[in-house]
Design a binder for this molecule. Structure first.
Ligand code: PEP
Ligand code: MG
Length: 885
C-alpha cells in the first residue's frame, strides 16, 4: 500500500488509510480531513508511521520506492502552490513536522522554512518584497535545522545573536534590519562550518531528507521515550512525517500566528480561548520570547489587558477563524486545539486535534455538548476519565498559590491538606480536639494510629506503598495521604523531622498533596469540591448505563454516610477490626487476646459485645435497605497488643494482670510472618468465641433495627482468608447456629447470607468446592495479589517502582489488578464457583475495586459488584458504566 499521502490543494483520497491516525498520525489524518471539508490547509503530504517503524528497524535507509513516492508528492505541493522547490527565483518552502498516533506535545522535532539556501533566499526576498523577512527566515532555518538535524547546540547561535544585538545597542529582535540578519546568516554559516567541518547543506532535497530522518529519529529520543512511558504509549507505533507548504505569520502587520481552543480547556466554558501574536512565526507563541495576546475582546477585557485582541485587530480574519472553530467542533464533536497562521490577511489552518483539558472542563464540556445535541450520553460518559474525578471530589490546592516543594512520596490518597506536623496519633488527637489542623507524620502507621489518622487532616509516612496500612485507611477515610516518602526521616526523640536538607519541628506547618505526592513547606491554600451540577448529571447518565453495582469499603457511620452521598449501593467490606481500636474498648480487646483460656476470653468478649452491636446498629441504620457485608476479624492478634512499657503498665492497671505476665503472653503471640500467620478465619477456627461474639452482635443489631424501623437490614457475613471448604463449613455452622439462637431469643428472623473472601490462590482453585458452603464470594485482591505474586503488600514500595520502571509489571499490581496473572485466579474462581452455584454472588473488595482498568476486567469477568473506598465510589460508577458500554 501507499506510504505517502497528499492533502490540500483539492485532493480527495478514497483510501481510508489517508485519514487513519494509525497510518498517517493524528496531525496528518486531521490535516487531510480538514482539507477535505474545505478548510484552508496549506497543501502537503504525510509519510506513514509504517515507514518510521521500518526505518528505525532497518538502521535507517530509505527505499527507492519511498523516494519516488515523496518526489511525486512534492510535485503535488508545487502544483497546488505554483512554486517549485529549490527555484532560485520563487522557491517553495516547506515545514517538516512529526505526528504520532496520539499527540506527544513538544516531544519530537520540527523544521520550518526548509528549502532556503544562499540563492533561494534572494528569490524569497524578491517575491515577498521584504528583504528583512527573507533573511530572518533563513537564519531561523539555519538555527533550527542545525539544532534538530545536524545536532549542533542551539546556544551557540543564540549567543551570536545576543552579541550582534549588544553591538548594535538593540533590545529586541524586531530592531534588527535586513542587513543585520544577512550578517547573522553569514556568522551562522561560519559557526556550522567550524563545528561540523563542512558547510551548511545547500541542496533542498538533501535538507528535506535530513529533516525526515531527524523526525523519525526523534521518535526514539530520550524525552519521547520518557513521555511514552508516563503516558502508556507503546514504543512500536512510530511517528508519521508531515511535509507541508510554508505559510508565514511573520510577513508584517497583516500576518499573525496563534494557538486556540474552541472552549476554555481549564474551565470548560463555551468561549473561544487562545493566544496570538502579530507578525510572528508559530514558535514565537510557544517559546515565550514575546508575550502572546488574547484572542477575543471578551477575554482581553476580563483580564484587563491592553494590547488589542485578534478580534479587534484583525476582525475579518478573526471572523473567519471563529467560523472554522464552529465547523471543526461540529465535525469532530469535541473541543479542538488549533494552530493557525494568517499570512497577509489570509487564514490558514495548520493543525487541529481534540484538546487536553482539566477534569472540571472535561465534565462541563461533556454535559454541555449533550445539551447542545453535539454528542449523546454514551459519548459523554466515555469522554471523562474516571480517575480525573478524583481531582474534583477532594479539596485541591489552589493552582494559583505558590508552593515550596520539599520532596515527594507516593500519591496514596488524593486531596490536599495543610496542618501542623504531629509525630504520633495521641498528639494528633489532642491537638485536633483543640481545633488545630494537624498532619500526622509517621515512619509507617499501624491500626493503633487510626484515631490519630481520623483526627488529622492528612497523613504522611516515610515507608509503605499504595496498599500500606496508611494508604488503605486514609483512602477509606478520605484523608489525603502521601506514603513512602523516602526522603523523610523522623527523629522521635528530638521530635523533629528532616526532608532532604530541611529540618522541621513538631508543630511546624506543612502541606501534602495526596494526588501528586508532593510535600510542601507552610500552608498552601485549597479550594472545595463541587458535587452538584455537571458532576451529578454525568453520574445519573453513568448509573443508567452500568450493569455492575458499586458498593463501598467502610466501617464507620461517617464513612458510610459519605459513601451513600457518593452513590454507594451497599457495603462490600466492613473491616470489623477497625472497630476494635476505639479508645474505649482497646483494653477489653487486649484483655481478650491476653487471656490464658477460653473463660478469660469470654469474659472480655462480654464487654465487647454491646459495643460491636452498637456499631452494627448504627451502620445498618445508615445503610437502610442496602446490603452490608461484614467481615469477621481478620488481622493477626498481636497487632492489637500494647507497645512500650507505659502502655503495658496502663493495661496492667486496667485489667489487673501483672506486667510480666502480659509481656510473656505478648511474646508468645509474636509471629515471624504475621501476614501468613495466625489471622483471618484461622482466628475463628482456634478461638470460635470471637467470631461467635461478632455474629451475635450482627444478628442482635439486625433484629433490633428491623424491630425499630420495620425495614430489615441485609447482613452478609463474610469469612476472611479461607483456603479450604472445611474451614468455611465449620465457621458457617457457627454463624448459622448463632443466628438461630439470637432469632429464638428475639422472636424474629432476618434474612442473611454467609459467604467468603477469595484471597488465597488455593481458595480460587478450590472455588467449586468452597461454593458449596458460600452463597457469595468477594475477591480480596489485596491479599490475593500478595499471595499470588509472593510480594508483601507492606514492603513492596521499596522495590516495586523500579519494577514498574523496567516494565516488569506494567503498573503497580497493588493499584491496578495484574489481569494476566492474578486475573486468571479471579476468573477461574468465578467460573468454578458459578459452576457449583449458578446464582453465586460475586464481588471484589480489594483496592482494585476502585481502579478503572481493574473495574473493566471485573465487568468482563461478570462480577456482580465492585466495592471501593467512599471517595472512589463515583470513580467506580463511571468506570463501571464505561466498561459496560
Ligand atoms: C483484601 O485482601 O483484598 C482485602 C480486601 O482485605 P484486607 O485489605 O483487609 O486484607
Ligand atoms: Mg485481605
Amino acid at each position: 500500500s501507499r506510504q505517502v499521502y497528499t492533502f490540500g490543494g483539492g485532493v480527495k483520497h478514497d483510501d481510508p488509510r489517508a485519514k487513519d491516525k494509525v497510518i498517517t498520525g493524528g496531525k496528518g489524518a486531521n490535516l487531510a480531513e480538514m482539507a477535505e471539508i474545505g478548510l484552508p490547509v496549506p497543501p502537503g503530504f504525510t509519510i506513514t508511521t509504517e515507514q518510521c517503524v521500518a526505518y528505525l528497524a532497518d538502521g535507517g535507509d530509505f527505499s527507492d520506492a519511498l523516494r519516488a513516492e515523496v518526489a511525486q508528492a512534492l510535485t503535488h505541493i508545487e502544483a497546488a502552490v505554483g512554486k517549485k522547490f529549490g527555484d532560485p527565483a520563487d522557491p517553495l518552502l516547506v515545514s517538516v513536522r512529526s505526528g504520532a498516533r496520539v499527540s506527544m506535545p513538544g516531544m519530537m522535532d520540527t523544521v520550518l522554512n526548509l528549502g532556503l539556501n544562499d540563492e533561494t533566499v534572494q528569490g524569497l526576498a524578491a517575491t515577498s518584497g521584504d528583504e528583512r523577512f527573507a533573511w530572518d527566515s533563513y537564519r531561523r532555518f539555519i538555527q533550527m535545522y542545525s539544532d534538530v538535524v545536524l545536532g549542533l547546540d542551539h546556544d551557540v547561535f543564540e549567543e551570536a545573536l545576543e552579541i550582534a544585538k549588544e553591538d548594535n545597542g538593540y533590545l529586541n529582535d524586531v530592531e534588527l534590519t535586513a542587513d543585520d540578519w544577512r550578517k547573522i546568516v553569514g556568522q551562522y554559516a561560519e559557526i556550522v562550518a567550524k563545528e561540523l567541518g563542512r558547510p551548511f547543506p545547500q541542496d533542498p532535497a538533501e535538507q528535506m531528507w535530513g529533516a525526515i530522518r531527524a523526525v523519525f529519529d526523534s521518535w526514539d529520543s530520550d524525552r519521547a521515550k520518557v513521555y511514552r512511558r508516563l503516558n502508556d504509549i507503546p514504543g512500536d507505533w512510530g511517528t508519521a512525517v508531515n511535509v507541508q507548504a510554508m505559510v508565514f505569520g511573520n510577513m508584517g502587520d497583516t500576518s499573525a500566528t496563534g494557538v486556540a481552543f474552541t472552549r476554555d480547556p481549564a474551565t470548560g466554558e463555551k468561549a473561544y480561548y487562545g493566544e496570538w501574536l502579530v507578525n510572528a512565526q508559530g514558535e514565537d507563541v510557544v517559546a515565550g520570547i514575546r508575550t502572546p495576546q488574547y484572542l477575543t475582546k471578551f477575554a482581553r477585557e476580563r483580564a484587563g489587558a491592553k494590547p488589542l485582541s485578534m478580534e479587534e485587530a484583525m476582525p475579518e480574519a478573526f471572523a473567519e477563524l471563529a467560523a472554522v472553530f464552529d465547523l471543526l467542533e461540529k465535525h469532530y464533536r469535541d473541543m479542538q486545539d488549533i494552530e493557525f497562521t494568517v499570512e497577509r490577511n489570509k487564514l490558514w489552518m495548520l493543525q487541529t486535534r481534540s484538546g487536553k483539558r482539566t477534569a472540571k472542563a472535561a465534565l462541563k464540556m461533556a454535559v454541555d455538548m449533550v445539551e447542545e445535541g453535539l454528542i449523546d450520553e454514551k459519548t459523554a460518559i466515555r469522554r471523562v476519565d474516571p480517575m480525573a474525578l478524583d481531582q474534583l471530589l477532594h479539596p485541591t490546592l489552589d493552582p494559583k498559590a505558590p508552593r515550596d516543594i520539599l520532596g515527594k512520596g507516593l500519591p496514596a490518597s488524593p486531596g490536599a491538606a495543610s496542618g501542623a506536623i504531629v509525630l504520633d496519633a495521641d498528639t494528633a488527637e489532642k491537638r485536633a480536639e483543640l481545633g488545630e489542623a494537624v498532619i500526622l507524620v509517621r515512619v509507617e502507621t499501624s491500626p493503633e494510629d487510626i484515631h490519630g489518622m481520623h483526627a488529622a487532616k492528612g497523613i504522611l509516612t516515610a515507608r509503605g506503598g499504595m496498599t500500606s496500612h496508611a494508604a488503605v485507611v486514609a483512602r477509606g477515610m478520605g484523608r489525603p495521604c502521601v506514603s513512602g516518602a523516602s526522603g523523610l526521616s523522623i527523629d522521635i526523640k528530638t521530635r523533629t523531622l528532616k526532608m532532604g536538607k530541611r529540618e522541621f519541628k513538631e508543630g511546624d506547618i506543612i502541606t501534602i498533596d495526596g494526588a501528586s505526592g508532593d510535600i510542601m513547606a507552610g500552608e498552601v491554600p485549597t479550594i472545595e469540591p463541587e458535587l452538584a451540577g455537571d458532576f451529578a448529571t454525568l453520574m445519573v447518565w453513568a448509573d443508567a448505563h452500568r450493569r455492575m453495582k458499586v458498593r463501598t469499603n467502610a466501617e464507620t457511620p461517617a464513612d458510610c454516610r459519605m459513601a451513600r452521598q457518593f452513590g454507594a449501593e451497599g457495603i462490600g467490606l466492613c473491616r470489623t477490626e477497625h472497630m476494635f481500636f476505639d479508645a474505649g474498648r482497646i483494653s477489653a480487646v487486649r484483655q481478650m487476646i491476653l487471656a490464658e483460656d477460653e473463660g478469660g476470653r469470654r469474659a472480655a468478649l462480654e464487654k465487647l459485645l454491646p459495643e460491636q452491636r452498637a456499631d452494627f446498629h448504627e451502620i445498618f441504620t445508615v445503610m437502610a435497605g442496602l446490603p452490608v457485608t461484614i467481615r469477621l476479624l481478620d488481622p493477626p492478634l498481636h497487632e492489637f497488643l500494647p507497645h512500650g512499657d507505659a502502655e503495658f503498665a496502663e493495661l496492667s492497671d486496667t485489667i489487673g494482670i501483672g506486667v510480666d505476665t502480659l509481656k510473656r503472653r505478648a511474646d508468645e503471640l509474636h509471629e515471624m510472618n504475621p501476614m501468613l500467620g495466625h489471622r483471618g478465619c484461622r482466628l475463628g477456627i482456634t478461638f470460635p468465641e470471637i467470631y461467635q461474639m461478632q455474629a451475635r452482635a450482627i444478628f442482635e443489631a439486625a433484629c433490633d433495627v428491623a424491630a425499630a424501623s420495620g425495614e430489615a437490614p441485609l447482613p452478609e457475613v463474610m469469612i476472611p482468608l479461607v483456603a479450604t471448604k472445611k474451614e468455611l463449613a465449620i465457621l458457617k455452622k457457627l454463624v448459622d447456629d448463632t443466628a438461630a439462637t439470637v432469632f429464638a431469643e428475639k422472636g424474629r428472623t432476618v434474612e442473611y447470607m454467609v459467604g467468603t473472601m477469595i484471597e488465597l490462590p488455593r481458595a480460587a482453585l478450590m472455588a467449586g468446592e468452597i461454593a458449596e458452603e458460600a452463597v457469595f464470594f468477594s475477591f480480596g485482591t489485596n491479599d490475593l495479589t500478595q499471595t499470588t505474586l509472593g510480594v508483601s503488600r507492606d514492603d513492596a514500595a521499596k522495590f516495586l517502582s523500579p519494577y514498574v520502571e523496567k516494565g516488569i509489571y506494567p503498573r503497580d499490581p497493588f493499584v491496578s489488578l495484574d489481569v494476566e496473572g492474578v486475573g486468571q485466579l479471579v476468573q477461574l474462581g468465578s467460573e468454578r464457583g458459578r459452576a457449583t452455584r449458578p446464582d453465586l454472588k460475586l464481588g471484589i473488595c480489594g483496592e482494585h475495586g476502585g481502579d478503572p482498568a481493574s473495574i473493566a476486567f471485573c465487568e468482563k469477568t461478570g462480577l456482580d459488584y465492585v466495592s471501593a473506598s467512599p471517595y472512589r465510589v463515583p470513580i467506580a460508577r463511571l468506570a463501571a458504566a464505561q466498561a459496560a458500554l
